[in-house]
Design a protein around this ligand. Sequence first.
Ligand code: G3H
Ligand code: 13P
Ligand code: NA
Ligand code: ZN
Length: 316
Amino acid sequence: GLVNTRDMFEKAMSGGYAIPAYNFNNLEQLQAIVQACAETASPVIIQVSKGARNYANATMLRYMAMGAVRMAREMGSEIPISLHLDHGDSFELCQSCIESGFSSVMIDGSHLPYDENVALTRRVVEYAHAHDVTVEGELGVLAGIEDEVVAEHSTYTKPEEVEDFVSKTGVDSLAISIGTSHGAYKFKVAPGEEPPALRFDILSEVEKRIPGFPIVLHGASSVVPAYVELINRYGGNLEGAVGVSEEQLRRAASSAVCKINIDSDGRLAMTAKVREYLANNPKDFDPRKYLGAGRQELIDLISHKNRNVVGSADRL
Ligand code: G3H
Ligand code: 13P
Ligand code: NA
Ligand code: ZN
């Protein structure tokens, strides 16, 4: 069945790689994740936001996740699969997910005053651990996609807080803010200019204070330029979309970062191929055709990430 993240993170930490955490909310995304991860022999975290759970229906999701494990096994693959709540915003939501079979949850109290974040996270940990479910907490706020000053100091994780937070809450992993943000517009850069480097100095300060503790990197899509170009060519408008380079992600994966969150790249891959397919096949109206084109691209993207970016391929 579904497993919590404890074992995965222990192996990722000692092996110098990261477990990929792919968001999903529909059948084709989940099929692509399972197929690519089974074929590359990669442990995987399949994660669901509150919005995704509402979109797909909580009951449907639970059976989809169970189906994902069965599909992998029927492919002859023993990859561990974790079902994780992404950005849980209340004790009640975390509890509901745990009751419906999630093996891992995030409680994101990062926007709260420090003491309230500690108290809420602690409460979730107590409930979750009683059910053998692992918990991800967060310190530091990721810049919003409209935020012009991504380099604003106050949003970064404060390394001097991490040891206290981890020991008071009992979390199993910690999401930190070192310059990434969610979505497709992570950095404001002039055309042809390189986006700024992530704050690896903050990451290494964190590692010094809680050695061997699993760190999580959110907002880790590369915003693959080829997808942005395809989308723009076939009627979209994603001007100025920029993500995190693969080189920066490989560096993060080799450190204490044990979980790398990817949602936007999957959305872009699916959108690019659906737009391309529909533009080139104006007489087709069978969803299997255009969603199938998107799903195949997602399989290729995830295989590439597992093999060449997070380094989770062949880690069973
Ligand atoms: O961090 C956010 C994830 O990409 C999920 O996004 O809330 O639109 O499902 P969502
Ligand atoms: P991206 O928007 O960069 O894919 O980040 C996803 C994420 O952090 C989900 O929690
Ligand atoms: Na790592
Ligand atoms: Zn996130």
